[in-house]
Design a binder for this molecule. Structure first.
Ligand code: ADP
Ligand code: MG
Length: 355
């Protein structure tokens, strides 16, 4: 049985009191198979709308560049040329691949954007409800390896050294797009803004009179309301976990996040929340830490500058199962109050359907 669930992060933000200070504007559009939300505070409605248009257009442009669903995206056309000579690419594609490769090095390959051949088999498994055969997984794995992704910053070219390699930036693209969207809003002079692309949230300056944007961390059970709240400004937070997308086969839940060593979807239920200076980092690290698990994952987060992480893991698969919660030393200091009755301006669930 294939099952699909939604939403990892919830968020709230307070309205400015009526008649004082800037107004709050909220916009939503669906891109990259997820609902992107933008909240801004400013004095000028027309400017807010213009900022939203610029932000969403930027995300749409990145979708056209980075999609591994659209056959004519720049990423797909690059994959089509695997095994051939270096290919000149756009600044955005180069930057996403550069950041991805850096993350592969830091995580010992737990994060790997060359994982697409394996991910494709698991997408089919989600549709059919049957496990990918081991020989197919091994064949796909033979075409995976971040070391075979060769970047030349001077020439801004990319070479996939092995024929049959294919890229998938699904573990980092929404964070990158959220960063880019916030940059558009800031470019138009609005500083108090928040962009949320499903489980990836990037915050600018806080709402008026507040220390930060309140962002709720969803519990393992996506039907429940958040129990922990972050106070976030000029930083990003991402959640990765099997609450969003998984397939259950013979009683085992396989996540859409794959361990590149085994080619298997992760089976230990977990929800990983990472706070980082930007959304590209938080998104990529949340995926990577899911693969690494609490011991290695939290050690890596402790070392990284401006990064804190929280990992909630469950032993079983049902409601009420025992969960363990582990976090980096500084995570507790990032937690804030939940949305109180004094906060009427609720930003609803951050989440959206998969493509
Ligand atoms: P979501 O897209 O649900 O927010 P993630 O950011 O964790 O979740 O990204 C998961 C996606 O990343 C998968 O759907 C797949 O496209 C890709 N992926 C899966 N495993 C890995 C991995 N080990 N390294 C990099 N990307 C991965
Ligand atoms: Mg991710």
């Amino acid at each position: 049985m294939a099952a699909v669930c939604l939403a990892a992060l919830w968020g709230w933000a307070a309205d400015a009191p009526a008649g004082e200070g800037p107004d709050r504007f909220e916009f939503r559009e669906t891109h990259m198979g997820s609902e992107f939300k933008l909240v801004v505070y400013c004095n000028d409605e027309a400017l807010a709308s213009r900022a939203a248009r610029a932000a969403f257009d930027r995300v749409a442009g990145l979708d056209a560049t980075l999609s591994d669903y659209k056959v004519d995206s720049e990423l797909m056309r690059l994959s089509d040329r695997a095994g051939g000579p270096p290919v000149a690419v756009s600044d955005d594609l180069f930057e996403v691949l550069r950041r991805s490769r850096e993350l592969s090095e830091r995580t010992g390959g737990a994060f790997d954007v060359t994982i697409n051949p394996v991910v494709k088999l698991w997408r089919r498994a989600r549709r059919d409800g049957t496990l990918p055969p081991r020989d197919r997984l091994d064949e796909a794995l033979s075409r995976v390896g971040w070391e075979k992704l060769v970047l030349d910053p001077g020439a801004r070219t990319v070479r996939l050294t092995l024929e049959g390699m294919r890229l998938d930036v699904g573990g980092i693209a929404k964070g990158y797009a959220s960063d880019a969207a916030l940059a558009e809003v800031r470019r138009l002079g609005i500083t108090r803004a928040l962009v949320a692309g499903a489980g990836d949230v990037v915050a600018g300056d806080p709402p008026p009179g507040r220390d930060g944007w309140t962002v709720g961390i969803a519990p393992l059970d996506p039907a429940r309301r958040p129990g922990r709240f972050l106070s976030l400004s000029n930083a990003a937070v991402s959640t990765s976990g099997d609450a969003e997308r998984y397939v259950e086969i013979d009683g085992v839940r396989y996540s859409h996040i794959v361990d590149p060593r085994s080619g298997l979807g992760l089976t230990g239920r977990s929800s990983v929340t990472v706070v980082a200076p930007d959304g590209t980092t938080s998104d990529g690290l949340a995926t990577a830490l899911s693969v690494l698990g609490p011991d290695r994952g939290l050690a890596l987060a402790e070392e990284a500058e401006g990064v804190e992480a929280l990992i909630v893991s469950a032993a079983g698969d049902g409601d009420g199962d025992r969960t363990t919660v582990r976090a980096t030393g500084g995570f507790g200091a990032m937690l804030g109050e939940g949305p109180g009755a004094s906060e009427p301006g609720t930003v609803p669930t951050l989440g959206g359907p998969e493509p």
